[in-house]
Design a protein around this ligand. Structure first.
Ligand code: MSP
Length: 654
């Protein structure tokens, strides 16, 4: 990447509106924001895109489960993403929604182009479909012949008329692309995975559905109104429609994208389908697709049902948004999974930010004030510290590629090396001794060297921590902008004469975690309730023991863990769902449960529940129910009681 490339287009995935934003979404967006900010600082014309993915069966279900129309529901969740990105000062240039009119027109246009050039044909599709992942799988990909290899939920066999995209036709051209552009997929190690997948053969891709409505209709000229587009075709096209493809194409000059940032779980869509669509449309391919790893909690994938999801807003509010940004971008090598812990975050803040960066600034504020009344001159640096300056400048000159290869951790590591050079220069230069010896010029040179290194670090760190670095720059008497970037970084200039301003420490030490984990919250809640119960008068029936049961009575109830293998709505019932639950018995139990308001069948399939297994069968709306599932309900709604870790169906609870 050089500054010759003046226009630069950076994207995040568009986020599904079936879930509220979590740390994984924040991670992708923060990486993209950092690249966009860096590129702007380097004087490039940036277009940074993010947004929400709002069509498809999954969203239709999620809306229905909440008694809302898909549009109403999408409006609500999309706004939450936008609100969070605004709170996080994400510098996006456009927030696209796949329900935007111009997006839908653009997708139809793309479909038409691909259809007209013979890449789309009509046939019948038969396959195993996972609604939750909006993906078809071949029989060999399924786990135990039935379950989705991605999310473990049960798949359904779908047979329907469908339009197909001739993906197989592009197999060789895709392989040529991966070969000829070794950096098209980042990190490079991920490229082999994709190559192997493609070498195994590509089937044509079903790109329309007739089984639901919530999607973009086909172009009118096809006159086939029962089809809507496959959500991934619709979604991927956002990268083009955001630039006006098919409507107002002025911004198409930003194409091809410099980088599509994504998580590793959606690499196949971006590294195979997307370039094939682009080839069919006769458009250039993106320069890079950058796939990051997952954030986990205690080694486990985060999910709502496990209750281990980290709320990025809560963490940013407690620890500081920019500290949180620094942590995410420093902690994990790009492409690898990272375990989120407050301890690791605290260590980074105290050590990298507090000790290395903050203390260095404090040291020169102190020394420049004490010896020179804060007035610093840089002219002695090259005479007295030429070697250290050259060493640091070599690093500053060479860090940029790390950023565009998304090795943000390496980039930061390199910057921190220069802080060490600065610290060492103080320890060996000993300005306090030089002052005593009357060698003021030497003392001044050391202080100025450190101030200049800090100035350059703050410029290069600016995209990661925009406000904090502006504060550091302010203390050193300059502003971070394209001009100071050009002077201090590109032209290796020094600050000249300037006055340091005393500012309070930027990174106060943190001793203990500031946010309670869900488990701690639950414990605190329980403690509180216990105390409150103690305070209140004991209830009469408890006092008299009328409400108490013996342990033997408790053991008369048979509680078991079951896996929901099928779930469907009960026609005409607002409340009931009919479930087939595997309790490790000969055949699954049919359980009819009044949970439809809170769960859709798709939410339940493949998940586990806790069942009262020895309840007398009862009939609900004419259907036999052979058990009851346990759930807790409060003002905020209903939540099923589930095992924390998956358990063998039929495991007893007690
Ligand atoms: N809508 C599709 C993307 C379409 S792009 C044309 C989608 N949306 S998503 O909301 O499910 O996921 C968006 C991104 O968040 C993905 O890149 C995914 O990898 C990332 N993450 C979701 N959970 C994550 C973690 N726990 N950790 C890191 N990122 C993960 O997929």
């Amino acid at each position: 990447m050089s500054d010759k490339c003046k226009k630069i287009y950076i994207t995040t995935p568009i986020y599904y509106v079936n879930d509220v934003p979590h740390i994984g979404h924040a991670y992708t967006t923060i990486i993209a924001d950092t690249l966009a900010r860096y590129s702007r600082l380097a004087g490039m014309d940036v277009f940074f895109l993010t947004g929400t993915d709002e069509h498809g069966q999954k969203i239709e279900h999620a809306a229905k489960a909440r008694g809302k129309s898909p549009q109403e529901y999408a409006d609500e969740i999309s706004a939450r993403f936008k609100y969070l990105w605004d709170e996080f000062e994400i510098s996006y240039d456009k927030f696209i929604r796949t329900t935007d009119e111009d997006h839908m027109i653009g997708v139809q246009k793309a479909f038409e182009v691909m259809f007209d050039n013979g890449d789309i044909y009509k046939d019948v599709y038969r396959g195993h479909y996972c609604v939750s992942c909006e993906t078809f799988f071949t029989a060999t990909q399924l786990v135990d012949d039935e379950f989705c290899p991605e999310c473990g939920r049960s798949t359904t066999i779908v047979e329907e008329e469908s339009y197909f995209f001739r993906l197989s036709k592009y197999q060789d051209r895709l392989l040529e692309w991966y070969e000829s552009k070794p950096e098209c997929i980042l990190p490079k190690s991920k490229r082999n995975e994709v190559i192997n997948f493609v070498k195994n053969g590509l089937d044509d891709l079903s790109i329309t559905r007739t089984s639901f409505d919530w999607g973009v209709k086909l172009p009118e000229k096809l006159n086939d109104p029962k089809h809507v587009m496959y959500v991934w075709l619709d979604a991927l096209m956002n990268y083009l429609t955001a630039l006006g493809y098919g409507t107002d194409e002025k911004r198409m000059e930003f194409w091809p994208a410099k980088i599509h940032l994504i998580g590793k779980d959606i690499l196949r869509f971006h590294a195979i389908y997307w370039p094939a669509f682009l080839m069919s449309l006769g458009l250039e391919l993106p320069h890079h697709i950058g796939a990051h790893g997952w954030w986990t909690r205690n080694g486990e994938k985060m999910s709502k049902s496990k209750g281990n999801v980290v709320d990025p807003k809560e963490i940013a509010d407690a620890y500081g948004l920019e500290n949180f940004r620094y942590f995410m971008l420093r902690e994990v090598p790009f492409g690898q999974d990272g375990d989120f812990s407050q301890r690791a975050l605290i260590d980074r803040i105290n050590s990298d930010l507090g000790n290395d960066l903050g203390n260095l600034l404090n040291r020169i504020i102190g020394m420049s004030g004490k010896y020179f009344d804060f007035a610093v001159k840089s002219d002695g640096v090259k005479t007295h510290h030429a070697a250290e300056l050259a060493e640091a400048e070599e690093i500053f000159d060479q860090v940029e590629p790390y950023l565009y290869e998304v090795q943000t951790n390496r980039y930061l590591e390199e910057l921190w090396k220069t802080l060490r050079i600065a610290n060492k220069a103080i320890d060996t230069g000993m300005p306090w001794v030089r002052m005593k010896e009357g060698k003021e010029e030497e003392a001044m040179a050391t202080i100025a060297l450190v101030a200049n290194i800090l100035a350059k670090v703050s410029v290069l760190l600016h995209p990661f921590m925009p406000r904090t670095t502006q504060t550091i720059a302010g203390a050193l008497g300059f502003d971070i902008d394209t001009e100071s970037y050009r002077k201090l970084i590109k032209s290796n200039e020094l600050l000249g004469d300037f006055t340091i301003e005393k500012i309070p420490p930027l990174f106060p030490r943190i001793e203990e975690p500031l946010v309670e984990t869900p488990a701690e919250k639950a414990k605190a809640e329980a403690e509180k309730t216990k105390k409150e119960v103690k305070k209140t008068e004991p209830r009469k029936n408890e006092e008299s023991g009328a409400n108490l049961i013996t342990i033997d009575q408790f053991f008369q109830v048979s509680l078991k863990i079951g896996t929901v293998i099928e779930a469907e709505e009960v026609p005409k019932s607002k409340k009931l769902l009919k479930l087939q639950v595997d309790l490790g018995e000969e055949r699954p139990r049919q359980i009819v449960a009044g949970i439809k308001e809170w769960y859709s069948p798709e939410d339940l399939k493949g998940t586990q529940v806790c069942v009262v297994a020895n309840l007398k069968p009862a009939k609900l709306m004419g259907m036999v129910s052979e058990g009851m599932i346990l759930a807790a309900k409060d003002d905020e709604g209903l939540s099923l009681v589930r095992p924390e870790q998956p358990k063998r169906p039929g495991s007893s609870v007690g």
